[in-house]
Ligand binder design. Structure first.
Ligand SMILES: Cc1ncc(COP(=O)(O)O)c(C=O)c1O
Length: 383
């Protein structure tokens, strides 16, 4: 018997990084020291109070059982309280919050709830690939790529995007570009979505990873008609725990919960309970020490890396959000990444985030300053 993938799986674009990954694996197997800026996964540990809380909760057999798929009541309350303290937004923990197995899962599953086969979904280009692929293509829907251009500070141009799509994914602070959005811009996005009857899925995974004087808002500060996704992954260095949340319009949240109730049984209770403790560290809108200390580390790395790359002749801006640097390297980002690999430095070709990312590479600031300095020396030798 032969097995054939369904059309929707065949419709996914080819995995562009396969070649690069294979090369990295080979080099590591040969004992080559690679400095990896490829993956957006914090190298810093989860803050101790969160780890201690997980251990404590794990000792209680009540937490060994199935969680509720929509999220434990206490944790939904903790998220509602965090939204009130952090953004000044009131949300109903029963109807306007769903807990997710990481925000990625929710970003993908929300499309199943609202998108019919053949309908259009607006996906920025470049972008986190889940919007166009895990969400849209796997719903047999049509991703409409909307360019984010460097000349326009990687803001989506609302005057130039189609108005007949059912849904729009938007993400600031942005992966891969590091761009942030102003409050006025987000207000315009909210009214554009209302006028065009487009569902706004706002990905706020990096809301706490911001620098200098920039504070990321929630789009829910500007109205209720949207669903916003957040995550403990980057804020508290918890990528491996799979803990995120969706907050917003009750119908949008209900649709997502309905899909999830048929598929998963929720984030483990002991993780959810520790997440409540993590969010409880915010006493007001300002970042608590357990978050600020990581942001300080990334900011220092950002400054060292941007200064070094500028010395090498690249035009790199100091991003105000995320731990990504996204900069132009000429015409062929794959070829550039391949050259850097040979020098022992892993960077991600921008084209992997969409055709409009071609010519750029992304570097994630997930290496200590000494390694950043060493990588800069290696790069200088081959440039
Ligand atoms: C823009 C963006 N959104 C969402 C996620 C998913 O995060 P998680 O599923 O760990 O919450 C990521 C992860 O890299 C991301 O870059």
């Amino acid at each position: 018997m032969t097995y054939e993938f369904a059309d929707r799986l065949r419709n996914l674009p080819p995995y562009l990084f396969a070649d690069i990954e294979e090369k990295v694996i080979k080099k590591i197997a040969q004992g080559v020291d690679m400095i990896d800026f490829g993956i957006g996964d914090p190298d810093l540990p989860t803050p101790r109070p969160i780890v201690e809380e997980i251990k404590r909760q794990l000792d209680d057999p009540v937490n060994h059982r199935y969680p509720s798929s929509q999220g434990e009541e206490d944790t939904r309350h903790a998220i509602a309280e965090w939204y009130a303290r952090r953004f000044g937004v009131d949300v109903d923990p029963d109807t306007e919050i769903a807990i997710l197995l990481g925000s990625k899962e929710g970003l993908a599953n929300v499309a199943r709830a609202f998108i019919n086969p053949g309908e259009k979904v607006l996906c920025p280009d470049p972008a986190y690939p889940v919007y166009a692929q895990g969400a849209t293509t796997l719903c047999d829907a049509v991703p409409i790529k909307a360019p984010l251009d460097a000349e326009n500070d990687f803001q989506l141009n609302l005057d130039e995007i189609p108005q007949d799509a059912k849904m729009l994914y938007l993400n600031y602070p942005n992966n891969p570009t590091g761009a942030v959005a102003s409050r006025d811009y987000l207000k315009n996005v909210m009214s554009w979505c209302k006028d065009t009857e487009t569902i706004l899925c706002y990905d706020n995974a990096y809301s706490e990873m911001t620098f200098d004087d920039y504070v990321a808002p929630s789009v829910l500060e500007f109205g209720q008609q949207a669903i916003e996704f957040g995550s403990l992954s980057k804020t508290f260095n918890m990528t491996g725990y799979r803990m995120g949340y969706a907050v917003g319009d009750a119908t949008l949240v209900a649709g997502l919960k309905k899909v999830k109730s048929q598929i998963d049984s929720g984030t483990p209770k002991f993780i959810q309970k520790a997440a409540s403790v993590a969010l409880g560290a915010y006493k007001d809108a300002t970042r608590p020490e357990i978050v600020q200390s990581s942001v300080d580390v990334y900011q220092k790395r950002r400054d060292v890396m941007v200064a070094g790359l500028s010395r090498l002749g690249f035009d790199v801006k100091l991003p105000k959000g995320t731990f990504y640097l996204f900069f132009s390297v000429g015409d062929n980002s794959m070829e550039f990444a391949s050259r850097m690999l040979d020098a022992g430095v892993v960077v991600t070709p921008g084209v992997g985030f969409g055709a409009n990312g071609e010519g750029f590479v992304r570097m994630a600031l997930t290496q200590p300053v000494e390694r950043i300095e060493e990588a800069l020396e290696r790069m200088e030798k081959v440039l």
